[in-house]
Design a protein around this ligand. Sequence first.
Ligand code: SF4
Ligand code: SF4
Length: 300
Amino acid sequence: MHIEVEETAAEPVRLFRINTGSCNGCDVELAVTSAVTEFDVEQLGCSYTGSAHEGDILLITGPLTVRAKDEVLRLYAETPQDKVTVAVGVCPVSGGVFRDSYAVDGPLERHLPVDVNVPGCPPRPQALLAGVARALEILRARRGGGERGGEPGDRKCPITDNFPARGRLSFDPGACVDCRMCRHVCAAGAIRFEEGERGARLTLWHNSCVFCGLCSHYCPTGALSVTGDWRLDHRAVDAFAQVERGEVPYAPCSGCGDPIIPAAPQLLHAAFRRPTPEIEKLTTLCPACRRRMSIGAPVR
Ligand code: SF4
Ligand code: SF4
């Protein structure tokens, strides 16, 4: 995947970083974007500054702790009016695993305008560059080109890595058996289930997911899997569209006709090397009919 960027003028766009009380995971990844040539923000025509007054793009990490809030807002007020603000990592975007803590006062957008979200815990350096490239587009539109806006060009960010870790989760409803183990193990509260008219609906919020992979690890059927797709940056106004959805359809119980979620073949083959016809029959029955069958009573 290539990140399209525009040619920049000689004067770099300044990036100013604010830590609102993070664990420093995102800040370590940001350090990579100035210390490692392959991921250097210089290839986007940017450089870091230590002065809030020079900040064209603000990169904000952390869940916004109660203790840090006043200082963060003071720093924010010192930055230029027409800057672009990027929330880096799930903490400023949604609170991440800290969202219900008494010690945080986020998410960030409750207190100041956010333009770009780069979710992840932490986001990869590739994702950070993609987020900065998106912020540059907004900055140019906001400032109408000009001295730091640069002219259109064909420079590309040479990041094409697709290593399968720390990317978006993918859901296969056809393999899901509605056991909800994934929701149980998700410390970030990123997974929700609802009962629909035709099936059970899963919603997974990319803006809350911390890429821990536990849902995928504990899913008995492989219905959830971690992909290498790290390109999760988006405009903050599109935050509510950043979801993975799927509906696990109900099927009628082969005994009484009540709606059930049948066992997917993946579960059957995980549990039994060679399922017998009797076991396969059990998978099409509701719990009440299974109990009747197991004691030899006739199934309705
Ligand atoms: S995705 Fe996997 S863990 Fe989650 S409910 Fe479906 S089968 Fe269970
Ligand atoms: S990888 Fe799965 S368990 Fe971990 S935060 Fe994301 S949705 Fe939750």
